[in-house]
Design a protein around this ligand. Structure first.
Ligand SMILES: Cc1ncc(COP(=O)(O)O)c(C=O)c1O
Length: 372
């Protein structure tokens, strides 16, 4: 079976995890702090990094910490993993679904502007498949209106926007390090910001609202037993064990990204002249390609997916738009570009360990099906 994705961990991760085991406390501890420092270094920023248990938690925590609540609206693309929409719902707010552009499937700035109301508290751009949204336009909206920009950068750790890494600028950026992301902590996430008040509040909210400045000290003697609980909080910290995995992975992430770029180029070359599929333009030199997505025309997507499965090739459809789900459906949603994209997209296998010959096999099978 050629798998669509898989995590890649080895001896280095085991060594770090062993140390975490030997330390004897597996919750929020020193490796979580070290991981936060390494993320800062990687992003080349002095912004604050707050490591969380998942990317979903990072989004929820970010929205909660900027005060999103009942009666508020948050504009976001429908074309994303449902985690984005659920994070909005967890705050009691309403996700307002907007369109994407038909080429890279990124948030449509025109549609965002149309959907802003007095209730709009935040906008969540999703850097789909690792490609950055139009951050200049979004940050301009923030400057003009005060609406916060909470980036869903689950796919975009290592992606550059105009020479700067996503997370090293902007308002609030949320990453995911779940098991199939380009870099994993097993499960994990992180929020990056330069907003000091936000950082202070979100660190408390991450751990049940607890305010205890000395609690992450490696040396137990330096920890105080006394703490206050000034606010509502959650159980969203990254564990020492997950951070241990992340500490080993972050050393490898550039190699992971390099290999993914090579795989994308191989697919592009092989599928360039194939009638019936369109590859995404734009190149990969500045991005972390999290997925390799093509459009399959003439209503053949589902059958091609089935055919590939019969050839032991896994493929995916990321994503079913949120407004298609019964729990999020609303007759007011009119998103024709999103609906068209959903009918045609197919995500092909991509991960660090995939071989060139696997990519060739996938492309051979696609051609075989479309030419038959
Ligand atoms: C676009 C997007 N947002 C948010 C998430 C949530 O991240 P996590 O799985 O770490 O909770 C994901 C995970 O797949 C995602 O793809």
């Amino acid at each position: 079976m050629i798998k669509i994705s898989r995590g890649c961990c080895g001896e280095e991760e085991l060594k770090e995890v062993k140390e975490a085991f030997e330390y004897g406390y597996f919750g929020l501890a020193y490796k979580t702090n070290e991981f936060e420092s390494e993320v800062k270094k990687y992003l080349d920023t002095d912004r604050s990094v707050i490591a969380t248990s998942t990317g979903t938690d990072a989004l929820h925590l970010a929205l909660e910490s900027i005060g999103v609540g009942a009666g508020d609206e948050v504009i976001m693309p429908s074309f994303t993993f449902v985690a984005t929409a659920q994070a909005v719902r967890m705050c009691g707010a309403t996700p307002v679904f907007c369109e994407i552009d038909p080429v890279h499937f990124l948030i449509s700035i025109e549609d965002v502007k149309r959907k802003i109301t007095e209730k709009t508290k935040a906008i969540i751009p999703v850097h789909y498949a690792g490609r950055p949204c139009d951050m200049d336009a979004l940050l301009k909206i923030k400057d003009e209106t005060g609406i916060r920009i909470v980036e869903d950068a689950a796919h975009a750790f290592g992606t550059y926007y105009k020479g700067r890494k996503i997370g090293s600028f902007g308002d609030i950026t949320c990453f995911s390090f779940d098991s199939i992301k380009v870099m994993t902590c097993g499960e994990g996430g992180a929020i990056v910001t330069n907003d000091a008040d936000f950082e202070d509040l979100s660190r408390k909210k991450r751990l049940l609202g607890i305010d205890r400045k000395t609690m992450h000290e490696k040396d137990w003697k330096k920890r105080s037993w006394l703490y206050d609980v000034p606010t509502l909080g959650f159980r969203y910290h990254m564990s020492n064990i997950n951070a241990a995995i992340g500490l080993a992975q972050i050393k490898k992430v550039d190699a992971f990204i390099k290999r993914r770029r090579e795989i994308c180029k191989l697919y592009d070359e092989s599928l360039a002249d194939v009638k019936g599929v369109t590859t995404m333009p734009g190149g990969y030199d500045d991005i972390t390609p999290f997925m390799y997505v093509v459009r399959v025309h003439d209503g053949k997507r589902n059958q091609l997916k089935e055919f590939l499965m019969q050839c032991d090739i896994e493929s995916g459809i990321s994503y079913i738009p949120c407004h298609h789900f019964s729990g999020f459906h609303d007759d007011k949603n009119n998103l024709p570009v999103t609906d068209d994209v959903f009918e045609e997209i197919l995500c092909l296998p991509i991960h660090y360990e995939i071989k060139d010959s696997d990519v060739e096999e996938v492309c051979k099978r696609i051609k075989e099906y479309l030419n038959s």
